[in-house]
Design a protein around this ligand. Structure first.
Ligand code: HEC
Length: 83
């Protein structure tokens, strides 16, 4: 009983942390990208699901409206969600 209580608390924490991360990534995208790229799924669809493509996107975004490392990581996460 005690054990399963602890497990659910941990599971709940993990869940809310990932929900928060998703909200933040969307917020970062909305702030930095949405004004020009109205449809994130169009960008997302063109991304290859490889470490190299992800690194390349990250590199590109340093000079493309996302100089802040933390927000850039959030934006990259957002575009790779569901990949
Ligand atoms: C001020 C307008 C503007 C903003 C803000 C902007 N972009 Fe762009 N982006 C463009 C334009 C213009 C192009 C180049 C031509 C095209 O593909 O339409 C482009 C190209 C890109 C490409 C390359 C697309 C391809 O053709 O392969 C990606 C990926 C991209 N943007 C992602 C982002 C992300 C992520 C953000 C937010 C951090 C962002 N952009 C913010 C205008 C913008």
């Amino acid at each position: 009983m005690m054990r399963s209580g602890i497990f659910s608390a941990v599971a709940l924490l993990a869940l809310s942390a990932s929900a928060a991360a998703q909200t933040n990534s969307k917020a970062a995208y909305d702030e930095l990208c949405l004004s020009c790229h109205k449809q994130p799924q169009r960008l997302s669809a063109r991304l290859a699901n490889t470490v190299e493509a992800r690194a390349k996107l990250d590199d590109f975004l340093v000079k493309h409206y996302a100089p802040d490392a933390e927000k850039r990581a959030a934006v990259v996460d957002f575009l790779y969600q569901g990949k």
